[in-house]
Design a protein around this ligand. Sequence first.
Ligand SMILES: [Zn+2]
Length: 608
Amino acid sequence: MFKKKTFRFTSILPVFLILIILAVALLIERNGISYQNKNSENTYLSTSNVKTKVESLSEVTVSNLVIYDSSNITSESAIDNFKQIFEDMKVGTTYIDISNESVPDFENFDTVVVLTPDLEPLGEMAITMMEWVETGGNVMFAMTLQKDDVVSIIEHKLGIIHSSYLYNTVSEISIKNNFMLGSGRIYKIDDPFESAWAVELEDNADVYLTTGDDKQVPLVWKYELGNGHVVVDNFGIYVKAMRGFYSASFSLLGNIGVYPVINSAAFTLDDFPSPVPTGDAKYITRDYQMTVSDFYTNIWWPNMVTLADKYGIKYTGVVIENYEDDTSGNTERQSDSSRFTYFGNMLLQMGGEIGYHGYNHQPLVLSDISYGDTFSYKTWSSNSAIKKSLDELIDFTENLFPTSEHSVYVPPSNVLSEESRNVLAKDFPNIKVIASNYFPEEFVYDQEFAVANDGMIESPRVSSGAMIDDYIKLTMVSELNLHYVSHHFIHPDDPLDVDRGAKQGWAKLYKKLSNQMAWLYKTAPSIRNMTESQMGGAIQRFSSITVDKKENDSSYIFSLGNFVDEAYFMVRFNEDKPGRVTGGSLEHLTGNLYLLHATSAKVSIAKK
Ligand SMILES: [Zn+2]
């Protein structure tokens, strides 16, 4: 009998053990979540460790010469965009305007970038430049060349065996030879025109980008000339949305190309949490036969949770307290906070973050700005009214979510005046990041990935919505290659807004969004999923870091400036395969392109 009892107890023991394990696992998971939230507060660097890109760039040895021509309209219109590219890549560069400056000795530089389509003003200097390349120099022609006498003399040194006076339309582009992240998809170009010079290349020219049609017109190629390298960009589009194609081309020069990246994917949910959005509920009724409020609870949010679970996305939701239009500075506490706590707490439990969007959805601008027909928003009566509204929003948010990080501000409709932006920086020290828009538009506060002089972190959203058009696909691939970044946002009220695809129905929109996220995580599987504050910390490190590259017979040595704890770089090995790494680790991305995670101020990579 005694024996029997023991037997019974041991048969229950495994079940009991499983229960204990489950309880412990649950506890660890919960602690893990709270640890993550706490940890995100520490992602920011202390201000003494942060430098602006301009400050850090001033510590870099000049190695690059950009030749442009302010009297040429194409060259003149592109120079600012290229200055930004080289600033972001931390390439020390001298800019020479050949319309009024003389070209310095090429021997002083490792690389030369020709940023004008017209080589006539260079005259014999173009020939001298190609002779310098033959002795081991590196040149990139960044603009589609205009066939003229000078170009005809040097074109065979660019790997061209035959050229005409004709230009081909670039309506689609295709990445070749695993040149960049994102190959295997055709990228369509909006408003295409005859922007590519019709050329035939020698067999030993390496072609990295072509038109997507049967002609396969070469759009980026590299040619070994004597001891040097020539890279030609022949697609003729110089917009912000194509920067990554230029950074990738530039890294083809020399034995090794290296530039800092952010390595971050963030996803903002604008107006979330907020009161139930207003808008045209017609398509919700059509597809779901339920109220807008029920649609968000039962369809939209579960879909967004599924998406986040699949890829580990950490949403940052930005709060709108009400949808009224009082801009006088008189505020009233939102009486119904149930939706805020319901959605907000679920978002936090998923490892997400809550930020600020507005007391209401009226952008922070004063009456000196007139929206005309563009917006029906009201302007604010004074700076003090703006401050009162922010005080209320911050207090409301703190009360609802007292334990989480709130340091990110997203301007309503991406509209924010310079003056109000400075109010945020000066009077609201808990706001460390402004996440507005990458691309300029009327009234829009457009940004670069940067730390401003006053310490504010500028963290532009690059893409938005669930319609995912050709332009979004192009900008996303460009930014993956330039900054190794994805920064997307959607509005929950997209399914209520015809301009943002409501008519297609949420099911279709959600599928398009899901497909694009599938593309992102297939193209950049290791990109770090981050909240907005974590991305802000990554931008501080990116802003500060510099890299000085040296090489000997057996290895490449990178000395990093302003290194704090970690930094990421795109590295392209043009000559050797990488071997053993000290001071960091390498991850293969595609072709000869790698992601370097530096964990020390000195990194060495053996040549294999
Ligand atoms: Zn909004």
